[in-house]
Design a protein around this ligand. Structure first.
Ligand SMILES: Cc1cc2nc3c(=O)[nH]c(=O)nc-3n(C[C@H](O)[C@H](O)[C@H](O)COP(=O)(O)OP(=O)(O)OC[C@H]3O[C@@H](n4cnc5c(N)ncnc54)[C@H](O)[C@@H]3O)c2cc1C
Length: 323
């Protein structure tokens, strides 16, 4: 199979004044313009400080749509922002006055449980992908937040809870399909267009519009996750680092230094699946405080909304007094 595909013969309109009508006619996906009922909600991204007003928001449904939009933006000399799930804190998934190519309607996923690989379209979120893969007892390591887009996360390298055992998300990236700035569709992997593959694995975007990503999956039957709330003292941090260093590769940890908001999950009590004790050992080691239970994901009691953060430090950390 050739690695280069040319876009279907659906040509871009040649004048900005005719653009909206003609783009709507030419594309299979949606075109959302100022004044449309859902324009105000679709223009928003996760960071509420970003208040851009794009000229058009376009939701492609296939690679031909993507090629067409890239060609139209190039023909008009208009800025093109690519949006996966809108989590870029800098607002790179939006544009003031330009086109936004919003990939969220391209969210197909094909999992091959035998080969332990998956092809996912670029509009998938980490949560959508992970939920489907988990039905097969499989996982690819993404980040800590299910609503983040797989493409944006992967193109930035991708660091998450499986990082110590399986590496960054790009370590499990096998191939990518991409529409380049001149509208070509390329299949990119370590053999075909290796320089572009290298750039896509951590370069952060702007090497073309990624339409599909091919990942390796790992067998993962049980996940344990937990939160320890401890005073941010040098002793606690020092012993946390030592304990994390000594922990097995199955355990990835993140230290977050923050003032505690009132957390909704205060007071959660969970049962501990068999075999959990090894991983939970870290919970007992970090500092002078003895830790209580870590959570087994998917096995939670009902959270008690409104419980206070200082209660969390007592309940979860035994003798902790909170930061
Ligand atoms: C709450 C939160 C938690 C996070 N947690 C983690 C974490 O645990 N681990 C981690 O590694 N990162 C994490 N991040 C960072 C996140 O991975 C990046 O911000 C990522 O770019 C977000 O992707 P998106 O699709 O959601 O964002 P968008 O704003 O939609 O996209 C960001 C940029 O990515 C590029 N991009 C997206 N899709 C495509 C595409 N199809 N083709 C080409 N370029 C594309 C574009 O340059 C785009 O402007 C987190 C961010 C937030 C806000």
């Amino acid at each position: 199979m050739s690695s280069v595909h040319h876009a279907e013969q659906r040509s871009a309109p040649d004048s900005p004044t005719r653009s909206i009508r003609e783009l709507r006619a030419a594309l299979r996906g949606r075109v959302i313009a100022p004044g449309d009922p859902d324009y105000e909600s679709t223009r928003l991204v996760v960071n509420a400080a970003i208040d851009h007003r794009p000229a058009l928001i376009i939701r492609p449904v296939d690679c031909a749509d993507v090629s067409l939009v890239v060609s139209a933006a190039r023909a008009y000399g208009i800025e093109l922002a690519i949006r996966g799930s809108g989590h870029s804190f800098a607002g790179h998934g939006s544009s003031d006055g330009g086109f936004v190519l919003d990939m969220s309607d391209m969210h197909g996923l094909h999992i091959d449980p035998q080969r332990r690989t998956a092809w996912g379209q670029a509009g998938l979120t980490a949560g959508q992908y992970t939920t489907e893969a988990a039905r097969h007892g499989l996982a690819t390591g993404f980040g800590d937040t299910g609503s983040v887009g797989i493409a944006g996360l992967t193109l930035g390298g991708g660091i998450g809870w499986l990082v110590r055992k399986h590496g960054l998300t790009v370590d499990d990236l096998l191939a990518v399909e991409v529409v380049t700035a001149d509208g070509e569709r390329l299949h990119v992997d370590s053999q075909r267009h290796p320089d572009l593959f290298w750039a896509l694995r951590g370069g952060g975007g702007n090497f073309g519009v990624v339409t599909r990503l091919h990942y390796r999956l790992h067998r993962l039957e049980t996940i344990l996750g937990g939160l320890l709330v401890l005073p941010a003292s040098p002793t606690v941090l020092g012993s946390f680092i030592a304990a994390a260093d000594a922990a097995p590769d199955e355990l990835s940890t993140i230290a977050i230094l923050t003032r505690l908001p009132p957390l909704p999950f205060v007071g959660i009590r969970t049962s501990r699946p068999a075999g959990a004790d090894g991983a939970l050992g870290l919970c007992r080691r970090p500092g002078p405080q003895s830790a209580g239970p870590c959570s087994a994901v998917g096995d939670r009691d009902t959270p008690r909304r409104g419980d206070r953060a200082d209660a969390l430090s007592t309940d979860v950390c035994g003798r902790g007094s909170g930061p």
